[in-house]
Design a protein around this ligand. Structure first.
Ligand code: PLP
Length: 371
């Protein structure tokens, strides 16, 4: 572990050289002092100081396990590089990354706006937790930009976006929303859940978002063996988030971070394969007599296709569909009869999964545009 290079500077040079992300990711962690191409796993809580003065000053790069280890730091650097963020905080789950964002930004009497088709556990958090602190949350229709504009208040402090949205994959015009919000308010912070795309496919911060969140549990992990999340922030939020992280004690295990550092280097290869599979499965589903509607922005008739082509170009491996029958028994029969797919939550791993999506909590039932 001697003479570790200044990764951030090195990574910056790689971006300047226009290297592909996947190349930068691998090259950035070259460490010619020991020659291994892998990131190094350092577990630890205690870090030794040379003397009392060094201990009291507390300005060493590593001071205590909760504040970071060389391994957790490597993952923060890798995600920051992909997200083009100033820095990244790793959390114990994707949900924790979102709820921590809300808790670090909002205070009593603030207002927050959240896209209605958001990852549903967040709605429960808003209902159970934020109401306790007198924070009011409104949900806007992802299909109606005007709805977002009319709900914006003078005390709106946080706007939380997710795109493509959960289960129905509505795509928001992130660039135009951010432009509009920043024109109307200079105190409103914009966060976005980037789990669908991962920062390998989409970089919200380059489009005006202040906080980009990723459930690393999904595609970056790729093997269903880790639960972990990331919050990537712009420079002006650095103090707020670092204070929150230290005060609350947000930390992550070096072992888990190392697993992500390992799988992240091949995530883009897996995403290309997922995309090709989705193209084939969509083709099959859209020609099936039993299927009513297929939700995927890759379909040319999808209302989201134009934005998907502009901003994403690649799909992950998730598809939703509805059947012509409306009977829950028929849905159950279909799922129970699956031979290869397993029934289970989450996505991004090697095991193909199926689940029934619950959209009861939604205020806006989106229009579908099937031919
Ligand atoms: C799964 C998921 C999360 C939560 O991630 P966990 O690590 O499972 O807590 C957040 N956002 C989206 C869009 C997700 O699909």
């Amino acid at each position: 572990m001697t003479n570790r290079i200044n990764y951030l500077n090195k990574i910056k040079t790689n971006i300047d050289n226009n290297l592909a992300d996947s190349t930068s990711l691998i090259k950035a962690f070259d460490d010619m002092n020991n020659g291994f191409v892998n990131n190094i796993l350092v577990n630890g809580s205690t870090i030794l100081f040379r003397n009392t003065s060094e201990m009291i000053k507390n300005n060493k790069k590593y001071t205590y396990g909760t504040h970071g280890t060389p391994t957790t730091n490597d993952l923060c650097v890798a995600i920051s590089m992909l997200e083009r963020s100033n820095e990244t905080i790793i959390t114990c789950s994707g949900l924790m990354a979102i709820t921590s964002t809300f808790l670090s930004i909002l205070k009593p009497n603030d207002h927050a706006l959240v896209v209605d088709s958001v990852y549903s556990p967040l709605k429960q958090f808003c209902k159970v937790f934020l109401t306790r602190f007198n924070v009011h949350v409104d949900f806007f229709d992802p299909r109606d930009e005007y709805n977002l504009k009319t709900l914006l208040r003078t005390n709106t402090k946080l706007i939380h976006l997710e795109s493509p949205c959960s289960n129905t994959f509505e795509i928001l015009d992130i660039h135009s929303i951010c432009k509009y919000i920043k024109q109307r308010s200079n105190r409103c912070i914009i966060s976005m859940d980037n789990s669908w795309a991962t920062p390998l496919i989409y970089k919200p911060i380059t489009q005006g978002v202040d906080i980009s969140i990723c459930a690393l549990t999904k595609y970056p992990t790729g093997c269903s063996d880790v639960v972990i999340g990331s919050i990537s922030i712009t420079k002006n939020l650095s103090l707020t988030f670092n204070t929150f992280k230290r005060t609350i004690g947000i930390t992550s295990s070096s072992y888990n971070c190392n697993l992500i550092l390992k799988s992240l280097k091949s995530t883009i290869v897996r995403l290309h394969h997922h995309h090709n599979s989705v193209v084939k499965i969509c083709k099959y589903l859209t020609t099936s007599h039993h299927v009513d509607h297929v939700f995927s922005p890759i379909l040319p008739w999808s209302p989201d296709h134009k934005l998907w082509k502009r901003d994403y170009k690649l799909s992950n491996g998730i598809i939703s569909f509805t059947l012509k029958t409306k009977k829950i028994e028929d849905y159950k029969r279909l799922l129970d009869g699956l031979k290869i797919f397993g029934l289970g939550w989450s996505w991004g791993g090697y095991k193909s999964l199926a689940a029934i999506a619950d959209t009861k909590h939604r205020h806006f039932k989106g229009k579908t545009n099937n031919p």
